[in-house]
Design a protein around this ligand. Structure first.
Ligand code: TXA
Ligand code: MG
Length: 330
């Protein structure tokens, strides 16, 4: 296993591996990333090969700090500066017009680039040692559940990655908020921990939602994503016990992830209690889905989160997990 504890020595080794075009998995506050030198097209191509991801999908470039922005973006609008001041390092990715020197492999051939400064001491130490941009999508195989521990990365990618830096479990647990500032109006491409309201409080207007073909390619915005292999369905809290028992009556074993419903203590229902705040729920979500998937039950039932703004990012990931698992919502 190539999981290593972060020390000044292993951070230096990781930066050297990036310099010779190798892949290094790194912890961030959101999920683990699969990193490569963002200026090295063939290293970036190796990310796509390792993930099995279509080559025309752009990847986020991680920077040591906001001072690096002008190297990567041809224009840095004042909203970007204000948001970077307010939220970086942190779970917000900004889409800006790219600098012409950025390789097409990073941008998927688009004229924009996704940039963020992650809020994790190990990621920041590596970025400072490397002193340039690290391209890093989530360190999972394409369409699957994003990793929130070093072990998850090793399970997903094994020896396809030269080194996995172990930074412990990720604090946020779901991917960064993505905000497109490359057009006339700011557009929220992916919900995350940083909410629409928090963004509006900084830039003085609410970001719009993506409209049909206007939306650039974002694999996290595919309807089927973040998915377990087991069929997953979302069920309202007041129906979930009856629904689970109905599947049991048909001879199925099921797993349930619920944050308000009460365990009926049936042998054929593997019950997992989820935390009841959006931040705690998000923190545990991907690890919980991985565990439930590994039980090899017939179905995973997840209690639908409340239809409230604060739950938006969690609801978004669960809806995509349900679609990707091949099951429909009930
Ligand atoms: O929290 C995160 O953002 C994590 C950690 C590792 O930083 N990264 C992550 O990367 O979620 P990934 O590649 O799994 O998702 C990044 C999303 C992708 O859906 C990608 O298409 C989109 O960002 N993206 C990157 N550059 C873009 C661009 N120029 N225009 C539109 N979308 C872009
Ligand atoms: Mg991803």
């Amino acid at each position: 296993m190539n999981i290593v504890a972060p020390t000044p020595e292993t951070i230096r080794q990781a930066a050297d591996l990036l310099r010779v075009g190798e892949l290094v998995a790194l912890p961030t506050e959101t999920v683990y990333g699969l990193g490569a030198d963002a200026l090295d097209s063939s290293a970036v191509a190796r990310i796509f090969a390792a993930k099995g991801r279509p080559a025309d999908h752009p990847v986020i470039v991680h920077l040591p700090d906001a001072e690096h922005l002008p190297r990567w973006a041809s224009a840095v609008p004042k909203d970007a500066i204000a948001l970077a001041r307010a939220f970086w390092p942190g779970p917000l990715t900004l889409i800006l017009k790219r600098d012409p020197s950025v390789p097409d492999a990073v941008t998927g051939g688009q004229d924009t680039i996704g940039l963020r400064v992650p809020d994790h001491p190990v990621a920041l130490a590596l970025l400072r040692a490397f002193d340039s941009g690290i391209a890093a999508p989530s360190a999972n195989r394409f369409g699957r559940i994003s990793p929130t521990t070093a072990l998850h990365v090793a399970e997903e990618l094994g020896d396809k990655v030269a080194m996995v830096l172990d930074g412990g479990p990720c604090e946020v647990g779901i991917e960064s908020t993505i905000l497109d500032l490359s057009r006339d109006t700011p557009v929220l491409l992916r919900p995350g921990r940083i909410s629409r309201e928090e963004i509006a409080a900084v830039i003085g207007r609410h970001p719009a939602s993506p409209q049909g073909q206007d939306a650039p390619r974002v694999s996290g915005s595919l309807a089927a994503h973040y998915a377990p292999a087991t069929p997953l369905v979302l069920v309202a809290g007041d129906h979930i016990v009856a629904q689970a028992l109905a599947f049991v009556a048909r001879g199925e074993r099921v797993a349930v992830l619920a944050h308000t419903a009460i365990d009926p203590h049936s042998d054929a229902v593997l019950w997992r209690h989820a935390k009841a705040t959006p931040a705690d729920f998000a923190h545990d979500l991907y690890a919980a889905l991985r565990e439930l998937d590994a039980l090899h039950v017939a179905r995973i039932l997840v209690e639908s989160p409340p239809a409230e703004d604060a739950w938006g990012a969690v609801t978004d990931r669960l809806a995509r997990a349900a679609t990707g698992s091949g099951a429909d919502s009930i």
